[in-house]
Design a protein around this ligand. Structure first.
Ligand SMILES: Nc1ncnc2c1ncn2[C@@H]1O[C@H](COP(=O)(O)OP(=O)(O)OP(=O)(O)O)[C@@H](O)[C@H]1O
Length: 258
């Protein structure tokens, strides 16, 4: 089991941020995590990564129950790509160095790397469509190019779980579609990690994200097979607003109804 959360809550002062969350992610599934601002997505993911601890309930990630496992070791098996990471790297760093640093989960490269590792970093840069700018300084790259480098970095550690945290933030239509095409390719590859795609925008969800968790005000609103969850009825209730949900080339389009 990739994630096994049973009845987890997270309470801060008088505020219950996560409320009795149950979430089971099995190997071979790819999940989308959908919620409006402040619904608790980041808090839940911080917990999955072992940065915060449930106030109550039990959590096991990659078959390692919290409380009995070494969280630093666990984190090496989880790739977390978010725009918050982008600012952590030096502007003059080369994409190759950034990708190699993924091997050591470090910001900056302080360890010796083997020629095999260097080769692997190159392969990943190729795979993520970064070859044409691999020699350019990171600070000069576009937002979309940076995101692709960071996905390659996350893959360098061969994670079992890859979290793509609002990866299309700040991307124009073309950069977004390019990134999504690469994610689809990654999902189709034999050695793909289990992926979690976090977004506010349902239209970004690729068909490979076959399961969905809807989070609302810190609680699971609904979860399960995407085709069961993403219905006009459920989504209207979720948003407290009448919406229509249409299929377009395997993707969903949600629009407000009058
Ligand atoms: N350390 C904390 N102490 C108290 N409240 C917190 C803490 N961290 C987060 N919260 C609150 O918990 C709620 C959920 O926050 P969270 O960042 O998890 O939401 P989110 O779904 O990721 O939002 P967004 O889409 O805007 O990133 C918010 O109301 C936030 O203010």
């Amino acid at each position: 089991m990739i994630i096994d959360a049973k009845n987890i809550s997270w309470v801060r002062a008088d505020h219950t941020v996560l409320k009795h969350v149950d979430w089971q992610v099995h190997k071979g599934e790819h999940w989308s995590l959908v919620g409006l601002n402040g619904s608790g997505k980041t808090t839940l993911l911080k917990m999955v990564n072992g940065y915060i601890w449930p106030t109550s309930g039990t959590l096991s990630v990659l078959n390692r129950p919290f409380g009995t496992c070494d969280l630093r070791e666990l984190r090496k098996k989880i790739g977390w790509v978010s725009t918050a990471l982008v600012d952590k790297f030096r502007a003059d760093e080369r994409p190759e160095t950034i990708v190699l640093s993924g091997k050591f989960a470090s910001i900056g490269l302080y360890d010796q790397v083997s020629s095999n590792e260097r080769e692997k970093a190159h392969e990943l840069l190729q795979k993520l469509g970064c070859a044409s700018f691999a020699g350019r300084a990171f600070g000069l790259l576009s937002q979309g190019e940076k995101q692709r480098v960071l996905i390659a970095r996350a893959l360098m550690a061969e994670p079992e779980l890859l979290i793509l945290d609002e990866p299309c933030n700040g991307l124009d239509l073309f950069a977004r579609e390019h990134l999504l095409a690469l994610v689809a390719q990654l999902a189709a590859s034999e050695d793909a990690p289990t992926m979690i795609f976090v977004t506010h925008h349902v239209d970004e969800l690729l068909p490979c994200f076959d399961h969905t968790l809807l989070l609302k005000a810190g609680a699971v609103f609904q979860s399960g097979a995407a085709s069961d969850v993403m219905t006009p009825e459920t989504m209207s209730e979720f948003y407290d607003y009448r919406v229509s949900v249409q299929q377009q080339n395997g993707r969903l389009a949600v629009s407000l109804r009058a």
